[in-house]
Design a protein around this ligand. Structure first.
Ligand SMILES: [Zn+2]
Length: 65
């Protein structure tokens, strides 16, 4: 019986997280602009997709890696 309770609580938690994610940005509390992100984080997301490996290289060099 306990396993069932855990399952139900887990599902409820996931459901509430999903509901929450649709109302505000995944990265902050701002209103969603697109794809679950606010305008700012969506732009960052798109930029990362576009720049890709170059951004990783830049980050690595900034981190001293
Ligand atoms: Zn955001």
């Amino acid at each position: 019986m306990k396993k069932l309770m855990v399952l139900i609580v887990s599902l409820a938690a996931v459901a509430s997280l999903t509901a929450c994610g649709s109302s505000h940005c995944k990265e902050c509390d701002k209103e969603v602009y697109k794809d679950g992100y606010c305008e700012y984080h969506y732009a960052i997301n798109v930029a990362q997709d576009v720049v890709g490996d170059a951004a990783d290289d830049l980050l690595n060099s900034l981190m001293g890696g």
